[in-house]
Write a protein that binds this ligand. Sequence first.
Ligand code: PCA
Length: 209
Amino acid sequence: MPSRGLGALAFKPSSLKHSAFFTHLPLHLTPSGTENRTPGPWTSGPTVRWNYLSCILFGRIPSSSRLVPVFVYGTLKTGQPNHQVLLDGTHGHAAFRGRACTLEPYPLVIAGEHNIPRLLNLPGRGHRVAGEVYQVDERMLRFLDEFEGCPDMYQRTRLHVALEGTRAPLECFVYTTATYPPEWVHLPYLDDYDSQGKHGLRYNPRENR
Ligand code: PCA
């Protein structure tokens, strides 16, 4: 049995390796790591019967509708300007899992002319950052990739968070910024983004840009 890290949870069953979904995603966006070798219920032979049966008996979710954890730290958080997109069922499914904090410190800055929060992919600098974890389905994940301008504006990377009320660190997807002007590293570091915070740098929603 392969280890059940994020890779195993993340829509990469061997039976779907060549499906439209995986050929559609850029390689670096498909979670790497251990493949889930559990075949989906659509495979043929005796396996198909077992898979259907196990779905019914144990409530096992078919691989195509598995949920993956996404850590949000900026405008997607509750009460922030883009939170609504997570609640919109036409984008897919997102279920709130809990509040969380990055295990390692990261520089979280507000940058650029539109005052956009950016988690710079520089673990070890800045503060441990507060946010929220959502379990999202593949449709919502694809929507978020597009919404966050991934892979140009943000990159979908992974980090570990401490989820409130749990002990084990949880590996999540997160939208970070890997390439940025060098001066961004010297901006003030936040630990809990609030678009209405004392910093006074009001987020400029995309419809106004
Ligand atoms: N939206 C994503 C990344 C930064 C942003 O504003 C989030 O909230 O995590």
